[in-house]
Ligand binder design. Structure first.
Ligand code: GDP
Length: 442
């Protein structure tokens, strides 16, 4: 899976930070250093990394550190949001409304240009009911014309070709005339590629641009090309003014870093991604999905947002202080249970945590019933009983059981469990709530 190395590095780094209970300037520096290394190792362009780190630091220092979750997860969200922004925020598509829409496909040899041209043709023909025309304008690689013809047959789209003895300019001029007569509404021009960027190629592409007046110039980039992607994207953009990029071979073992650089260096959106050799293996580019894939951390971001929405930080500090003082009562437990219920089904919350999907299934109905039963028993207690459960004698137990429609055994179980958790809370009393560190050895 593409992006794996970057994702693994980031995960390791973020795990370290999410395991800590408070974000300090020092551990943030440490984390940023790790992220910087991870991005550089994944071939992200140096300038991009520098900017990314500076922005992340600024946002993390200004962020509210939540009381409910480990603050490192807030940083995960910041890193995620920055990545989305870097990758382009919105989905960018090609506008096919103009008749005809003329698209020039450019890119280095082997990038997947011819294959992608066929993929786009298939997609718009099937999805949008278009009548595309493929133009074989790569006259230098004889196999290229044949390859496009084969692909055209496979996707049942007409290919315009005049062999390899005619100039590319003439082919394009004739193709435009042909498309007019033939009522093609999309013209996809497969231009020549080279193994490296060279000036004669750029000059030819500029000529073709002058002749075809394309609505889009899509640069096809091999995601496996790593650091080289930055140079390719910048050169093509400087000389031709590209309008979008297509990132191919994202199904392979790409380190993915170059992709992050494209948008930053060219300000041009990625419009499609190639995910395999087959002609239907093409997709739109979703920046948020890509960022999540890079982070590979479950849906941590949604979880942080959810907790941010419903969790009352003051309440949780109050409860924490009471636990520390040993005065946490059943009335406080009721408040905590209500908070938990506001967050939605328990299984949904657990699913969002990294590593959780492997856990055995949680029965939401059962968990909910248990919560409700406990709640009704606590509600049947007087305030004094809730605050001082030790006064609940047999007579009181019978009254509470009757009031909540439960058995005395149920009330006994609740009180016993509460007693056990109080013991656990006592151990917590050695923890400093601001740092989460033990103040003394247990
Ligand atoms: P061109 O020289 O730029 O026209 O490149 P081609 O279209 O001939 O593609 C070069 C090679 O990459 C071919 O073997 C394609 O099958 C392969 N290819 C293109 N796109 C993808 C992709 O998204 N995933 C994978 N795995 N292979 C691809």
């Amino acid at each position: 899976m593409a992006f794996e190395s970057l994702s693994e590095r980031l995960q390791g780094t973020l795990k370290k930070v999410t395991g800590q209970s408070q974000l300090t300037e020092q551990n943030m520096e440490e984390m940023l250093r790790e992220i910087r290394l991870a991005l550089l190792e994944a071939d992200v362009n140096y300038e991009v990394v520098k900017d990314f780190i500076a922005k992340t630091k600024e946002k993390a220092l200004g962020a509210d550190v939540l009381g409910s979750l480990k603050p490192g997860q807030v940083v995960v969200k910041i890193v995620h949001d920055e990545l989305v922004e870097l990758l382009g925020t919105d989905v960018s598509t090609v506008d096919f409304s103009k008749k005809p829409t003329i698209i020039m496909m450019v890119g280095l040899q082997g990038s997947g240009k011819t294959t992608t041209t066929g993929k786009i043709a298939k997609r718009i023909k099937e999805k949008d009911g278009k009548k595309p025309l493929l133009v074989a304008a790569d006259i230098y690689r004889p196999a290229a014309v044949e390859q496009l013809k084969t692909i055209g047959q496979q996707v049942d789209v007409e290919v315009f070709s005049e062999g390899t003895d005619v100039s590319a300019e003439k082919i394009v001029t004739d193709a435009l005339d042909h498309a007019k007569e033939n009522h093609n509404d999309v013209i996809l021009i497969d231009t020549a590629g080279r193994l490296q960027i060279d000036q004669p190629l750029m000059e030819e592409l500029k000529h073709l641009k002058d002749i075809a007046h394309p609505d889009e110039i899509l640069l096809v980039v091999d995601s496996l090309a790593g650091q080289e992607i930055a140079n390719v994207a910048s050169s093509f953009n400087d000389q031709l003014g590209i309008t979008g990029a297509v990132l191919t071979k994202l199904d392979g073992d790409s380190r993915g870093g170059g992709a992050i650089s494209i948008r930053y260096l060219t300000h041009v959106p990625i419009k499609y991604i190639g995910t395999g050799e087959k002609l239907d293996q093409i997709d739109l580019f979703y920046p948020d999905r890509m960022a999540e894939r890079i982070l590979g951390m479950g849906d941590v971001v949604s979880l942080v947002e959810k907790v941010q929405d419903v969790y009352d930080e003051k309440e949780s500090m109050k409860a924490f202080n009471k636990m520390q003082r040993g005065t946490f009562g059943l009335d406080d437990m009721l408040v905590q249970m209500k908070q938990l219920k506001k967050m939605g089904p328990l299984s949904g919350i657990l699913k969002m945590l990294p590593g959780m999907p492997k856990m055995p299934k949680i029965d939401d109905d059962e968990a909910n019933d248990r919560l409700k039963e406990t709640e009704s028993m606590i509600l049947s207690m007087t305030l004094e009983e809730r605050q001082h459960p030790e006064i609940i004698n047999m007579k009181r137990r019978e009254r509470i059981a009757k009031g909540s429609g439960k058995s005395v055994a149920d009330v006994n179980r609740l009180l016993k469990q509460f007693e056990q958790s109080k013991k656990m809370m006592k151990q917590l009393s050695n923890i400093d709530p601001t740092t989460g560190m033990m103040t003394q050895k247990p």
